[in-house]
Ligand binder design. Structure first.
Ligand code: 9D3
Length: 271
């Protein structure tokens, strides 16, 4: 995969991309990441990338010419999604990440100030993504988040780390507790079941812990998680009163699947 990022702060990407999984994925040739300074395509003496908004109202807007010039110079006759990171974009989910991870070439434009000239959105951008409902100072931290989530899904990117298939968001549930040595720390002991050696019972305990934690913290996820009939019944006993998704093989929606989230498909397993 090739990723091009357009920004007025290319240095913001240096250390995040020079560590851990993203670093190794680049070394292995799984992804090639290029950052471009939009300012390099500004043509005036002061390398201006922003200007005051027509109609007034304070703040600054990113000018269209340097952004078009930068993206067109790199794109050439090629074709690829051109994604604007913006608070008005569709909200990033693991499903969106999986969709983007299937592309061969992606471009990201990072906005700053109050936003970018609308003609960039209308005539250059093919997709717009937000990473959630909170205010960032620009698109750069969002681009780092999106690239991180994509790169770890590229085949071969995860070494001995847990596979992407086991991700909590692939099971549709939060993860339960994890423990390592020492067996006793400040008087707090590791649950006995984990030392029992009964693999099936350990697996069942972990699944129950995941269900309990999801019920306590993110009950909205239970509406979409793939759950067995037994698990649903058990969750009802634990006090869950919300909807469930269809079971494997069931014709449709179970009891009003997705009514809470509006997302009717269950989380996809990536290959
Ligand atoms: C002061 C201007 N804001 C009114 C509240 C609008 C605004 C414009 C630009 C707010 C934030 C930004 C900069 N943010 C991004 O470019 C951004 C972002 C975000 O703020 N939250 C979540 N995802 C993203 S993706 C890009």
């Amino acid at each position: 995969m090739r990723i091009d990022i357009f920004t007025i702060f290319p240095q913001m990407f240096e250390s995040p991309f020079a560590e851990s999984i993203i670093k190794r994925a680049q070394e292995k040739g799984l992804v090639e990441i290029h950052t471009h300074n939009i300012r390099d395509w500004a043509t005036d003496r002061h390398k201006t990338t922003d200007d005051t908004p027509y109609g007034g109202g304070g703040g600054m807007v990113m000018k269209p010419e340097p952004i078009f010039a930068a993206v067109e110079a790199i794109k050439g006759e090629g074709k690829c999604p051109v994604i604007l990171l913006s608070p008005q974009g569709r909200v990033l989910t693991q499903r969106v990440v999986e969709e983007l991870a299937r592309e061969e070439w992606l471009m990201f434009i990072c906005g700053r100030y109050e936003g970018v000239d609308e003609r960039v959105r209308e005539h250059l951008v093919t997709d717009e993504i937000s990473i959630g409902d909170y205010v960032l100072s620009g698109g750069e931290p969002a681009a780092i988040v999106v690239v991180d989530a994509i790169v770890r899904l590229l085949p071969g990117a995860l070494g001995y780390e847990r596979s992407a298939l086991e991700d909590s968001h692939a099971t549709g549930l939060l993860e339960g507790p994890h423990y390592t040595r020492p067996l006793e720390f400040r008087g707090w002991r590791v649950p006995e079941i984990l030392r029992s050696g009964h693999h099936a019972r350990v697996a069942e305990w972990r699944r129950r812990q995941a269900l309990l934690r999801t019920l306590a913290r993110r009950p909205d996820l239970l509406a979409r998680a793939p759950l067995t009939a037994e698990e649903r019944a058990w969750l009802r006993e634990q006090g869950y009163e919300g909807p469930f998704a269809a079971e494997e093989g069931e014709p449709d929606g179970g009891e009003q699947a997705g009514a809470a989230g509006g997302n009717l498909e269950r989380p996809r397993i990536s290959r």
